[in-house]
Design a protein around this ligand. Structure first.
Ligand code: IVH
Length: 679
């Protein structure tokens, strides 16, 4: 095959796998297989630079920083929507549009979509290729942010994304969507910013906006932005379906991400019911919504109704009640993180926001407090968004009576009393005392947490109790706990102690990258830990590595390298490592056995749910994949087995409803050992 042919083939395949992974959340090949394809493409392109094109997946962040964004005129106005605030407004809207319809009371069907609280983007495709992406701007003219949008995996570079697809998009197609910052990534992202001395973003929407409007696409590329599409703004040279419901299907079929939370409604009553259901649902999804959008399904009819100002009559936004309230800031508590960071937390007069009583809110750091001029005794605006920890928007200055007190940064650690330190260029204030009792509790909590050693029988209260009672002085002491000491503690009966010890024992088999993560070295999270173990093979080799050797690893910068070297140099940490080794934990990666593993699960699709007795879900996934099987996220008729552990929830119910066989961990091991043919 000629290099250009292979390159074209690789790009298609890689883009398809990126789409399976980032849009459908259902990869069909392993990470290792993906990496092999990607590496091959990088090598071929390096050998043939003349064949590199902007739609290549290697060019995600390849463009040079800009001085400013160029202006672009939209092919059609990017409209906004009129608002409704309750069901009465919804019925009033239906009444109002009656006189523009062929018959005022004619039956209509509707599509209800989440009103995503992100940034509108307008994506242009020419002959299937993504050629331009723009912000909404004033609705007529936006800014050209093509190179930033290219860094977002969910934005298709070429449509249809699925090479097997029979669907042909119009030669010219302009799609509207909303870019957002997934909530599950927001908290960690802000923490990393603060650790690096950068100010945190106020909320996910601001983070998305700040990330999209970066002049340097390399910065955008590091942000985990995502996208949902919901409209076709313009097209030419082909057809698009006439109803909104079919248009969403059409967009999905082309490979655009569409929210899974859209609904078809056969009547206005159904729309009203959706609005009620959404009040609860809005806090359970991974993106922020500020309402729903109700659209008349018949698009030519909807479009024929015309506009009021910039708002089309054929759709309406139903806003949710604000998840924002005012309350009194009673006090500021300082907690000590596992790295010693002192984090200020607001103590609030309890206030109900969106069905939850809020008593605390994050204040991020002391620079933030000073910048917003928040004082104790202030009436403050508190906002809650999805699963994000509530935060303080700012004080209501007009309500001050002079009794408010300015909040001073602490000079001493509230837990151990040692003086604090400030690192130049960082906003965080640290307690640098390695013996600080609160840091120890946080380190233990982190060590046993899910992404680390995953000891699920070891809760936060256990961490507090065992350190308080002096049974744990460092994280390695977890492996030296004695049965009789535990039984002597209040509330620790036989069963609880057995469970705890069993969980601790099982964690000894966790691979070294988990252990490395659990050590809690600053800047070494699970992703970096995996890179390091892949590069060095063991924690011992890592401990012996120089700063230069560390920096030679892709993805490791000087800050991280210095932090690692310092951590392993510290005699206290060396002692902890020695104790962990003596307890029998895994310090070295096992040699890959992929070729020797019998491919007994080939062709089988699994879904995993609940807590398994010895494997974490990631380990079970790796186990299945090593045996040639596939793991997806949701149960469907195509699922061969549901692997279920304790506390299995809706997936179990769904599997039972669909007649999908349910197996436990032991049965999985049996299946993997014997294969289907004999079983
Ligand atoms: S439809 C004429 N659908 O909400 C079509 N808008 O004023 C108007 N938004 O800033 C837009 N999710 O960007 C529509 N599913 C959705 C939406 C949505 C979020 C935004 C839109 C605009 C505002 C409406």
């Amino acid at each position: 095959m000629k290099p250009e042919e292979r390159i074209a083939q690789l790009r298609k395949e890689i883009n398809y796998h990126l789409y399976r992974y980032h849009v459908l959340d259902s990869p069909v090949i392993s990470d290792a297989e993906y990496d092999a394809l990607y590496r091959e493409l990088v090598e071929l392109e390096a050998a043939h630079p003349e064949l590199v094109t902007p739609d290549s997946p290697t060019q995600r962040a390849g463009a040079e920083p800009l001085d400013a964004f160029e202006k672009v005129t939209h092919p059609a106005p990017i409209l906004s929507l009129a608002n409704a605030f309750d069901v009465a407004d919804l019925y009033a809207w239906r009444q109002r549009i009656g006189r523009f319809l062929p018959e005022p009371d004619m039956p209509l069907t509707y599509v209800v979509e989440p009103k995503i609280d992100g940034l509108t983007v307008v994506l242009t495709y020419q002959d299937g290729l993504f050629v331009q992406g723009a912000t909404r701007g004033n609705g007529e003219v936006g800014e050209n942010i093509t190179q930033n949008l290219r860094t977002i995996y969910a934005v298709p570079r070429r449509i249809p994304v699925d090479p097997q697809s029979e669907i042909h998009p119009p030669a010219y197609l302009v799609v509207r969507g909303e870019v957002f910052f997934p909530l599950d990534k927001f908290e960690a992202f802000n923490e990393a910013r603060m650790a690096a001395g950068e100010p945190p973003y106020m909320n996910p929407r601001n983070a998305a906006a700040g990330s999209l409007r970066q002049l340097d696409p390399a910065v955008t590329a590091e942000r985990p932005l995502s996208l949902f599409c919901y409209d076709i703004v313009a097209w030419n040279g082909g057809d698009v379906p006439a109803t909104q419901w079919e248009r969403l299907d059409f967009l999905r079929a082309l490979g655009f991400p569409v929210s899974p939370d859209v609904a078809f409604c056969a009547s206005l009553e159904e729309v009203a019911a959706q609005y009620e259901q959404w009040q609860a649902k809005r806090n359970q999804i991974n993106y922020e919504v500020d309402g729903i959008v109700v659209k008349i399904n018949d698009r030519p009819l909807a479009d024929s109704l015309g506009f009021v100002g910039k708002d089309p009559r054929g759709a309406i936004a139903m806003k949710f009640p604000a998840q924002e309230k005012t309350t009194k800031l009673l006090d500021v508590q300082v907690s000590v993180g596992r790295t010693g960071v002192l984090a200020p937390t607001a103590v609030l007069e309890p206030v109900e926001i969106g069905g939850v009583v809020v008593r605390n809110a994050t204040l991020h750091n002391y620079d933030e407090i000073a910048r917003k001029d928040i004082r104790i005794g202030d009436t403050v605006i508190v906002k809650r968004a999805g699963d994000v920890i509530p935060y303080i928007v700012g004080p209501v200055v007009a309500l001050r009576d002079g009794s408010e007190r300015v909040i001073e940064p602490p000079t001493h650690c509230p837990a151990c009393g040692e003086p604090v330190t400030r690192v130049p260029d960082e906003v965080a204030i640290y307690c640098d005392n390695p013996g600080c009792p609160e840091q120890l509790v946080r380190r233990v909590e982190y060590f046993v947490s899910r992404g680390a050693m995953d000891i699920d029988t070891f809760g936060a209260q256990t961490a507090v109790l065992l350190t308080e009672k002096g049974l744990i002085h460092d994280v390695a002491d977890i492996y030296y706990l004695k049965r009789e000491d535990l039984l002597a503690l209040e509330g620790f009966q036989e069963k609880k102690v057995d469970n705890l010890l069993r969980g601790i024992e099982a964690s000894k088999t966790r691979p070294p990258q988990r252990l490395l993560t659990a050590l809690g070295i600053r800047y070494v999270g699970s992703v970096v830990a995996a890179l390091l173990i892949e590069a060095f093979g063991s924690i011992d080799a890592l401990a012996a590595a120089s700063q230069e050797a560390l920096e030679a690893v892709d993805g490791i910068g000087p800050q991280t390298a210095v932090s690692i070297v310092n951590w392993f140099r510290n005699p206290r940490n060396q002692q902890v490592l020695a104790k962990l080794r003596a307890a029998g934990l895994q310090f070295a990666a096992k040699q890959p056995e992929i070729s020797e593993t019998p491919q007994t699960l080939t062709g089988l699709t699994f879904v995993i749910t609940g807590t398994l007795p010895t494997m974490s879900r990631d380990e079970a996934k790796a186990f299945i994949e090593a045996h040639g099987g596939k793991v997806t996220n949701s149960v469907s008729k195509k699922t061969d087995y549901l692997l279920a552990g304790e506390k299995a929830g809706s997936k179990l119910a769904k599997a039972q409803a669909l007649g999908v066989p349910v197996i436990d961990e032991a049965q999985l091991r049996e299946l993997a050992a014997r294969g289907l043919s004999e079983g």
